[in-house]
Design a protein around this ligand. Structure first.
Ligand code: NAD
Ligand code: UDP
Length: 319
């Protein structure tokens, strides 16, 4: 049985990856320090013989007994309000944490895939973003702690590939959504749906003319799975190129939730990227991958998930 270590296993993407690798017949070893994750996302796996879990901070030395075929490194705060609240941990998990996992991959002879992000393109001057674009990041801006940690993560990963011959994969993930996102993580989809369910007005930042392109989680997981098993070691964008302004998206949520909420405007966060859309030519050509779930279908599934929350959960303020 192939053995895979998944860091960030109790988080949104990590937990879906655990499910996928279990379904594919792997032995899955999850690791997480629960700083932004929740054991509820993986509790259904605890009864399985081919799943084990380590509560561990990966910025400290990492080891697991036995052989490892693959490592998927997904541990990191991922929402702007999370990484603004814990900036040093964000820098450490992207740098020290990644270093530890690359060392582990080297010792075990495992192939490692690291979760990079569209944020490495910063506030992009090239649109849509191709993997060749170097990006436009403010190193000392509030988002720099995340963006630069991820840029360092890519650099050290390439260095381990080049100098130690470690088999590496780099996925640049564009905004992904679906069940198991945290209701209060501040990202736009849980924020808008939570507001609609609570009967509050929807908060659009700036004038709402900034764009994002939202990818449903099942599509993202499929892209990551194919990249891991491919023989391509350069970065690959995985995302859905269906781009929309945040204002139009707020209107779609009002229609989806059948609510009569208004839209109110708040200040645009500093360095909030104005446009974001992946060029997925590489993913199509190299992995034969493209997204299958459209926004209306994906958002319906996501809304169904959030509708199961109790009123107490909806009102819980984390921040
Ligand atoms: P998430 O916050 O739901 O999951 C991250 C998980 O990592 C959490 O369970 C958290 O507890 C864990 N973690 C954080 N620091 C850790 C540490 N030091 N040791 C062990 N565990 C730690 O976020 P997510 O959306 O699932 O993102 C997962 C990964 O994908 C991140 O690396 C993120 O940068 C990347 N990513 C996500 C998106 C997206 O749209 N969801 C976009 C781009 C990149
Ligand atoms: N956003 C918004 N209202 C909110 C939360 C977010 O208008 O209540 C905007 C945010 O300014 C950004 C976009 O939605 O332009 C996506 O934000 P998110 O935090 O989901 O992700 P990221 O900025 O990392 O793409």
């Amino acid at each position: 049985m192939k053995r895979v270590l998944i860091t960030g296993a109790a988080g949104f993407l990590g937990s879906h990856l655990c499910d996928r690798f279990i379904a594919e017949g792997y032995h899955v070893i999850g690791m997480d320090n629960l700083i932004t994750g929740d054991l509820k996302n993986i509790e259904h796996l605890f009864k399985l013989e081919n799943f084990e879990f380590y509560h561990h901070d990966i910025t400290k030395f990492v080891n697991v007994p036995g052989k490892l075929d693959y490592i998927l490194h997904f541990a990191s705060p991922a929402s702007p309000i999370d990484y603004l609240k814990i900036p040093i941990q964000t820098l450490k998990v992207g740098s020290l944490g990644t270093h530890n996992l690359l060392g582990l991959a080297r010792v075990k002879g495992a192939r490692i895939l690291i979760a990079s992000t569209s944020e490495i393109y910063g506030d992009p001057l090239v649109h849509p973003q191709t993997e060749e674009y170097y990006g436009n990041v403010n190193t000392i801006g509030p988002r720099g702690v995340y963006d630069e940690a991820k840029r360092f993560q890519e650099s050290i990963t390439m260095a381990y590939h080049t100098f130690h011959g470690v088999e590496t994969r780099i996925v640049r993930i564009f905004n992904t959504y679906g069940p198991r996102m945290r209701l209060n993580d501040g990202r736009v989809i849980p924020a808008f749906i939570g507001q609609a369910l609570r009967g509050e007005d929807l908060t659009v930042f700036g004038e709402g003319n900034q764009t994002r392109s939202f990818c449903y989680v099942d599509d993202q997981v499929e892209g990551i799975y194919r990249l891991l098993l491919s023989d391509y070691h350069m970065p690959v964008n995985i995302g859905n190129p269906d781009e929309i302004t945040i204002l139009d998206f707020a209107k779609e949520i009002i229609a989806l939730t059948n609510s009569d909420q208004k839209i109110i405007y708040k200040d645009l966060p500093v360095n909030d990227p104005m446009q974001r859309c992946p060029d997925i030519t590489k993913a199509k050509n190299i992995l034969g991958w493209e997204p299958k779930v459209g926004r209306s279908e994906g958002m319906k599934l996501t809304y169904e998930y959030f509708k199961t929350f109790s009123d107490t959960d909806l009102l819980k303020e984390e921040h």
